[in-house]
Design a protein around this ligand. Sequence first.
Ligand code: UD1
Length: 336
Amino acid sequence: MSSIIITGGLGYIGSHTAVELLNCGYNVIIVDNLSNSVPKTLDRIKKITGKEPIFFEIDVCDKNALTDVFKQHSGISAVIHFAAYKAVAESVAKPLEYYKNNVMGLINLLECMNEANCQNLVFSSSCTVYGEPDLLPVTEKTPLKPAASPYGNTKKISEDVIFDTIQSGAKIKAISLRYFNPVGAHPSALLGELPQGTPNNLMPLVTQAALGKREKLFVYGSDYNTKDGTAIRDYIHVSDLAVAHIKALDWLFKQESCFYDIFNIGTGTGNSVLEVIESMNKNLEKPLPYEIVARRPGDVEKIYANSEKANKVLDWQAKYTLDDMTKTSLDWEKNL
Ligand code: UD1
């Protein structure tokens, strides 16, 4: 079976994708600099799959080290590129670090792929490129909006870098997956989101409030033009998202050179913050404490995907429900 490099393979989405790839019989080579992940995750991937990925503690910005990985493992058939910074507020404070890490990492990778004649790339993009969309649900044809943060801009620029590289005639084929809101954890409760310090995203804050690890959850805004006034997102289970990468690879392998395409990966259902809380409460004896506060600057009111393209072309379907997402997130948080 062929070998796949996963950059950021010990991170939240990367580790779940490593599990799905190993379960499908691929050889997995993880490249991760441990900047937002821990070595223990490697043991957990082994425990779940009974298989051992190869691991390089390498920064994708270190071109020489990355080149060595391709030299040591000839015949790598594809790369799935997750390694990137992703905290919106931090990107506003440290734009150069974000542009350097996220864009330069990708450029290094594309150069290495060219040099090693590795042709297939799946890129981790985000629905953040759509900004506040004028029409819902969002299809891949929905016009992009100027990025609301340097983080968002790095995703937009990265997509452009890939597109222009392929247009130039480089022997590379690529798919960008625009993720909606990944949540949940592996059903074994051995893998999940591991935020450093105070989390920024909703689900880890919900699970912490549910277990009394924080006093309460702050709900950012109840005056949006939505069913209950709280903002709407398309939450997608991380294992469903991981499987989308396998399906994207299957599709990519069948394409001729110079191929590039984009897919939305979401469930197609929008849920409000209060609906996420309600779903979590089904797992609890006592409802989780929350307080409604002002809107968070920069938040969009509502966004959810039209994922029909991925359903039809990639033969991919999301299987997990919102209740599965809150339950597996809670089991993971209990296990931490
Ligand atoms: C955020 C980023 C987005 C990034 C994504 C990565 C912003 C503006 N957007 O998306 O660019 O791609 O993370 O996962 O930061 N909420 C609360 N209370 C909380 C935390 C969140 O009510 O304590 C609400 C938010 O207002 C939002 C929803 O929960 O309506 C989801 O928030 P979050 O998980 O941070 O994701 P996004 O804002 O969609």
